[in-house]
Design a protein around this ligand. Structure first.
Ligand code: NAP
Length: 676
């Protein structure tokens, strides 16, 4: 295989590595596979290009435009993933590992695309939370909006997942509307560069949206200001160094850090050998130790098991680990490939020696390594290594030493409080898992450990078939952790997008809030439509367009009829005396659902027209009881419009039911699909 010249992509140009580029060796053969870095990049120009070209392009698109772009990008990458698989073998990864990296990254992009369309508006401004009532009469209100930051997102990624690591940061960044400069780790930069090329080849991203730094970041971080953001994944020591950059401190540049982590897995006291939870624990621990040869930030590093089960766990787990076939990752029989480099191998052995000072090795001697289909002396191969710590309370190094490879330590616990205390010794972790079917154990461990962990993963026989795995960060759920794990929080759906936006409090009159935010705010000007709004097509409806219906009297016969017709004979609707004894009601009251039905009867335009379907209602509140003799009327206002496709869009209506005294009896948002 020819040596790959890993290029950078700056200000719209590909730039070859320089004469003093770093050589990267294959994890499997030790041969040189790539040259990375050493080129002269003008980082100031790259930042300007992102700010002046990429940013404006992205910000001219709505959240839905960008979500559609991400979906198209994910589809394009899905169609072009084979070359990424082929190349990734040289990093030591097996086909199963590629699924996590390549398919996992594409999957995360799909999820952000979908969340962008479902949970963010087809607009330039994202609304964060409801309108706040800041004044007695409602003429001065507040609400929070979020807009894309005007700078550049600098993504610094770890070596272990060159594709997933890039896409899980890029998808929320682009969805937010920020351009990115991506710096992959040197040792797997050739895979990241290929994935980057595929994204450019797709032609889907606007100019300036993404740039790539292969090799050193030079003075890039020195040029940042408060509109920029750094999102870093890697070791705690690098994070500390980078966070301390003067411009980052001085400019209050947000720095998201995803660092290393001494994740724990707890075997519940109810999960004895023979129980499905015991087997699940052994199965998942085997997977966590061997997938990606243990080079996973979320891998189970500490296995915390009831003291009575220590021997059983060691025996079962050792048996599984000893049967793992190690070797050439291209061979589909291989279950564990190589580490990224011989350097990494050396680092893991050093860390394993530190752990060995406090724990006994019970499985996996590197001196007795058996490698199939590759030369163990040239590649970066290690066996899965299991240690047992007999005294985890006095141990300290093993709770603080991340051997970033196939290494884990078993330790016994006395009771749930002790298990939690040991899990928390990681000083802040990305994830802890608990294998139990007992709700009390789960609850106690959750209460005791949640503050120290970014994610808690519970698995048992009921969830096993569909559980996503201890080690899999999901784009829907937050990924990050306190303390040692970096204090960062990525993914988590729209939460992850918010990092790349500025949240701003907006205060003003209802009309100002409507003008700035988009959706109609109660109290804003209403425009009275010349014709019934249900007769108007999606494109013609205007925000704030309103109808007020005639009033309808509610009779006791209506209430009795509704009770008999539906079977809802709750006493408050039928028994005057019992209803009057209820602190909420003056006497017999109308059913809430009767009021909703009458409201529809008042505002619906019956003949066929552009309104296609009622798809639900949100935020329903009954505020004032309606008694026989009351007269209710409805105000129906176009609150928000969201285009769904070329044929129709969703119209969200603000609906208010009032009585004859103009008191609000009920309020809700009605959702309809309206033809274009
Ligand atoms: P690393 O050595 O800390 O490097 C991380 C990134 O920082 C690489 O891109 C590296 O580039 C870059 N970097 C290093 N020094 C830099 C500097 N002075 N200026 C700018 N960039 C610099 O970590 P790694 O070995 O790649 O990854 C392994 C570690 O990452 C493990 O500790 C693992 O736990 C952690 N990790 C955490 C997560 C998570 O989500 N929490 C995920 C994956 C990995 P070069 O490669 O060019 O040096």
């Amino acid at each position: 295989m020819d040596v790959i010249e890993v290029e950078s992509f700056a200000t719209g140009q590909w730039i070859a590595p320089g004469a003093d580029a770093q050589l990267v060796a294959s994890a499997v053969t030790g041969d040189t596979v790539a040259r990375v870095g050493g080129s002269r990049l003008d980082f100031g120009a790259m930042l300007d290009y992102a700010k002046c070209v990429g940013g404006p392009h992205l910000r001219s698109m709505t959240f839905h435009d960008r979500a559609r772009m991400l979906k198209a990008l994910a589809l394009y990458l899905s169609d072009h993933k084979q070359p990424l698989y082929d190349l990734s073998f040289s990093t030591g990864a097996t086909q199963k590992d590629h699924l996590i990296d390549v398919d996992g990254g594409i999957g995360a992009t799909f999820v952000f695309a979908s969340k962008g369309r479902r949970e963010m508006p087809d607009a330039l401004v994202h609304l964060d939370g409801p309108v706040e009532q800041l004044s007695r009469n409602g003429t001065f209100l507040g609400r929070h909006i979020a807009v894309p930051k005007r700078g550049v997102a600098i993504h610094i990624n770890a070596f272990n997942f060159p594709v997933w690591g890039m896409l899980e940061k890029l998808a929320p960044t682009l969805l937010a509307g920020m351009p990115a400069i991506i710096k992959p780790a040197t040792s797997s930069a050739y895979v990241a560069e290929l994935a980057f090329r595929k994204m450019l080849d797709s032609g889907l991203l606007p100019d300036g949206a993404i740039q790539l730094v292969s090799g050193s970041t030079g003075n890039l971080l020195d040029c940042l200001d408060g509109q920029d953001i750094v999102s870093f994944t890697g070791s705690a020591s690098t994070a500390v160094k980078l966070k301390a950059t003067h411009s980052i401190l001085e400019g209050s540049v947000p720095f998201i850090a995803e660092q290393d982590s001494l994740n724990a897995a707890v075997l519940g006291a109810d999960a004895n050998p023979g129980e499905p939870e015991f087997d699940l624990f052994i199965k998942e621990a085997t997977r966590e130790i061997t997938v990606k040869a243990g080079q996973k930030c979320t891998a189970m590093r500490r296995l915390i098991v009831p003291e009575a089960q220590v021997q059983a766990v060691i025996e079962s787990l050792s048996k599984r680990l000893e049967s793992i076939r190690i070797g050439d990752p291209r061979d589909e029989r291989t279950q564990m490939g190589a580490l990224i480099s011989r350097n990494q191998l050396g680092d893991v052995l050093e860390k394993a020696d530190l752990i060995a000072a406090e724990a006994e090795r019970v499985c996996g001697d590197p001196m007795e390594l058996s490698v199939q289909g590759a030369d163990a002396s040239k590649g970066a191969f290690l066996p899965p290594m299991l240690f047992h710590c007999a005294d985890p309370d006095t141990a300290s190094t093993l709770h603080a030493t991340e051997a970033f490879g196939p290494v884990s330590t078993v330790m016994g616990y006395r009771d749930a409080a002790h298990a939690a205390a040991l899990a928390n010794r990681g000083d802040g972790s990305l994830v802890a898992s608990v294998f139990t079917r007992c709700g009390d154990i789960a609850r106690e461990l959750a209460l005791e450990t949640a503050a120290h962990h970014g994610r808690l993963y519970f698995n048992n026989r009921d969830s096993a078939a569909e559980a996503t795995g201890h080690g899999s960060p999901l784009p829907h759920m937050v990924h990050g952790g306190p303390g040692r794990a970096g204090g960062g929080e990525e993914q988590g759906g729209v939460r992850g997008v918010m990092h790349y936006m500025q949240r701003t409090a907006i205060q003003g009159s209802p009309d100002i809030l409507t003008a700035v935010g988009g959706p109609w705010v109660p109290g804003s000007v209403e425009t009275n439509a010349a014709e019934h709004p249900f007769r108007r097509r999606f494109g013609d409806l205007k925000i704030g367009e309103t109808i007020h219906t005639a009033k309808r009297e509610i009779t006791s016969e209506d209430i009795s009829h509704f009770a008999e017709f539906t079977g809802d004979r709750f006493y408050a609707h039928l028994d005057e005396e019992a209803a009057a004894a209820n602190p909420f009601f003056p006497g017999r009251v109308a059913h809430g659902y009767l009021l909703l039905s009458f409201a529809a009867g008042l505002f619906v335009e019956p003949s066929p027209g552009p309104v296609l379907a009622n798809t639900g209602l949100d935020s329903l509140r009954f505020m004032q009881p309606v008694v026989p003799g009351d007269q209710i009327g409805v105000r129906l206002t176009v609150k928000q419009k969201t285009k769904r496709n070329e044929d129709y869009g969703e119209v969200r209506w603000h609906v208010t039911l009032t009585n004859q005294k103009e008191e609000v009896c009920a309020e809700y948002e009605l959702l309809t699909m309206v033809a274009y």
